[in-house]
Design a protein around this ligand. Sequence first.
Ligand code: SAH
Length: 202
Amino acid sequence: MAWRREYMPEITDDRVWDALNSIPRRRFLGEAYQDDEFLDAPLPIGFGQTISQPSLVAYMTQLLMLEGHEKVLEIGTGSGYQTAFLARLAKEVYTVEVIKPLQERAKEILKSLGYTNIHYKIGNGFDGWEEHAPYDAIMVTCAPERVPKALIDQLAEGGRMVIPVGPEHSVQMLYRITKVDGRLNKEPICHVRFVPMIEKQP
Ligand code: SAH
């Protein structure tokens, strides 16, 4: 089985398409979901969290317009599947996750797949990862109710942030936020449903 490009007309960037086809999603799925690799849907990864829908992972990656030289911050490592896209398409990836065992598992898988440009931190995504800021791109894969200020501050001039915003059990909007001359350009992209961005570290 393989992904069919005619069903993903929104993926126009060949590098993103290649990433989708090269990253073995199966490796990021638990035992019970091994046969669902090509199901274009989110699937459980434990701790009440999910691995995102592949077409959406690819589309969100495309929205960051990565060329290969970027430093990227990711909030919500989860299974590590999205992290692999970023690691393939950017230079360095800094990924923050609040649930320790989830990130430990993701780290092991990503290491076994040979990625050496990923840096891991257990922490609260609301704070970003100050130490390595500014970032050329920021990918957020859990939904806060408002765009966290620290993430705006840590976005480089000319940088792009892709982030779902909205309450947990309601409609969320995916935005691409671009920082131009210190000002924010906020483009609404589409409706999405992500797990909430947890306010307090468990
Ligand atoms: N990109 C991931 C999506 C995982 S789901 C994938 O495709 O697998 C969202 C993740 O965000 C979960 O792992 C959840 O634990 C994490 N998360 C939620 N709130 C967070 C916070 N405040 N800081 C960091 N990570 C958070």
